[in-house]
Design a protein around this ligand. Structure first.
Ligand code: GLC
Length: 454
């Protein structure tokens, strides 16, 4: 009897433990629910800010120019962003149409924008002397934006971070020799403590962008970061947080929430094992993430608006980066672009937020990009090159109730299945719906036609 009840108890314990563990395993539906706000938001602001704003020649300047700590120290000793006004930043992001932001709490250089307990290499020890992160989080939250932190797994300042193939001191034999006993476990402890701090002291954190792994010879991957343990802690501290894919856990179930292509436009919706997955592309205004004074390949407002549309047309999110200056401002080039995008989005919000790739039955016409709003059952045709009077939509006949320009809700009449003089030459066909466009396009960056589907 005694034995039986012990076994019984054991089985109960086992069952409960299993149930608890299983409970943590999210179903696909729960995952979609957790990511719903993010999928609908479609557009966010990335902010890369750190000491590298001062040399103003790329956030990798320490690596590229192999700058030793002693020489990099000057930026720390003089860091003083006296014009920093996070309320202005938050307003600029909101007016541009962005729904969330992600800021580099620490980038590869190791400098921390908050008053971390675990290091002296932080903003509160610079001439500026105050925490930068809390006021930023508060300002963006006050504008209704969701909050995300970027935290660099890589650290080019920490004394226990082993030198590797991308470390600024990789070619310095003496430095390498002196650093040979560095213990990545001790570094991992620091990294875990800091992530814990970021996820504990700033209220609800909606996104976390951990950057990045480069496994293989002289590199670092999930064993170095102790990624599984780190992610478990993250999920425990902030159960609803949305996490990127750079922990080197691509094959681990639940090891990431979205894929992160950067600096190129994917050909189509990103898939893993042929299944469409959530994705967010992060992009720069010019070629650099950190403020780069002399970089001149700035994209135009038109290019950026098209980038946003194209991303959404393939089911993705756009995280568009600003690199604030060493004075703490968004420079004019960034402000102009944010404002230009905001002007467009003010009249075209319905074709972006809550939208995704169009159902397959709707093929995109030449020089157009399509998005689809499931909630409204409307299709949006973004016309990149305005055609002369007729826009032919093959396969659309019989499927459209009403059509209008989105910017001013003015009707666009259309013809279907029509016999007419030179009908074939005009492009009329059984399955074709032809929009009858005005000769002049509306005066907006990219005109959008809204189709109310039957
Ligand atoms: C790369 C770069 C980094 C930038 C990031 C943005 O990982 O190392 O400088 O922060 O991309 O995704």
């Amino acid at each position: 009897m005694q034995k039986n009840s012990t076994i019984f108890l054991f089985v109960i314990c086992l069952y409960t433990a299993f149930a608890v563990a299983a409970d943590r395993q999210e179903t696909e539906q729960q995952r979609q629910e957790r990511m719903k706000w993010w999928t609908e938001a479609r557009f966010g602001m990335f902010i890369h800010w750190g000491l590298y704003a001062m040399p103003a020649r790329h956030e990798w300047v320490k690596n590229r120019e192999r700058i030793p700590d002693e020489d990099y120290q000057i930026y720390f000793d003089l860091f003083h962003p006296d014009l920093y006004n996070p309320e202005q930043w938050a307003k600029a992001a909101k007016n541009a149409g962005m729904k969330y932001f992600v800021v580099t709490a620490k980038h590869h250089e190791g400098f921390c924008l908050w008053d971390s307990k675990y290091t002296d290499y932080k903003v509160t020890n610079t001439p500026y002397g105050k925490d930068l992160l809390k006021p930023m989080v508060e300002a963006f939250r006050a504008e209704g934006l969701k909050v995300g932190f970027y935290y660099s797994l890589i650290d080019w300042h920490h004394p226990e971070y082993p030198v590797d193939r991308i470390h600024p001191m990789r070619d310095n034999k003496e430095f390498r020799q002196n650093a040979k006993d560095r213990d990545v476990k001790k570094y991992a402890e620091y990294l875990h403590s800091q992530v814990r701090e970021l996820l504990t002291d700033f209220g609800t954190i909606n996104c976390l962008f951990l950057d990045y792994s480069f496994p293989g010879e002289d590199g670092k991957g999930h064993d170095d970061w102790q990624s599984e343990k780190l992610l478990a802690m993250v999920r425990e501290l902030q159960p609803n947080v949305i996490v990127n894919d750079r922990l080197d856990l691509l094959d681990t179930p639940g090891g990431w929430d979205f894929r992160t292509p950067e600096q190129f436009m994917p050909r189509s919706w990103i898939t893993v094992n042929d299944i469409k997955v959530p994705w967010e592309t992060c992009q720069t205004f010019s070629g650099s993430w950190g403020y780069y004074r002399d970089e001149n390949t700035w994209k135009s407002v038109h290019q950026l608006v098209v980038m946003l549309i194209e991303t959404v047309s393939k089911g993705g999110n756009l995280l568009l980066n600003v690199g604030p200056t060493g004075r703490g401002t968004f420079d004019q080039r960034a402000m102009d672009r944010l404002q230009g995008m905001g002007e467009w989005i003010k009249y075209h919000d319905r074709s972006i937020y809550g939208c995704t790739q169009a159902p397959e039955e709707f093929q995109k016409p030449d020089n157009c990009l399509l998005t689809y709003n499931l909630g409204l059952n409307r299709l949006y045709i973004h016309v990149l090159e305005w055609p002369f009077k007729s826009l032919h939509l093959d396969g659309y006949a019989g499927k459209v109730k009403y059509a209008q320009l989105l910017n001013d809700a003015s009707e666009i009449r259309f013809a279907e299945k029509r016999g007419a003089w030179m009908a074939k030459e005009r492009g009329y066909a059984e399955e074709t719906l032809t929009l009858q466009l005005p000769v002049n396009p509306p005066d907006v960056t990219v005109p959008v036609i809204e189709l109310f589907l039957k």
